[in-house]
Design a protein around this ligand. Sequence first.
Ligand SMILES: [Zn+2]
Length: 116
Amino acid sequence: SHACSNMLICCSTNISYYQCCNVENACYSAGLCAERTAISKAVSEGHKSFKAIAIASDLEDRFISPCGACRQFMREFGSQWDVYMSKSDGSYKLMTVEELLPSSFGPDDLRARENH
Ligand SMILES: [Zn+2]
């Protein structure tokens, strides 16, 4: 896990900033990444339509990248929104959720099953 991640989510209707962090737990698997904390915080305040999330960390040598669980969590809210992955110097790499999780399984797949 990374020492510190700060998140920013921009919703389609307005720009909202959610500064979040990893919520760690002695039982590691029970902890929650900052990405999911940020999205949950936004959803709990009524936002479901996101344009972008920015992930920051203290990594110097590479861009921070969301874990698999967070990619799937993001996918729940669409695949065509932006994920900014940064380094401590402020430089960043931009990818969409689709690019981070290609051929993904999402809410549309559940609906398709119900129609069978
Ligand atoms: Zn994660």
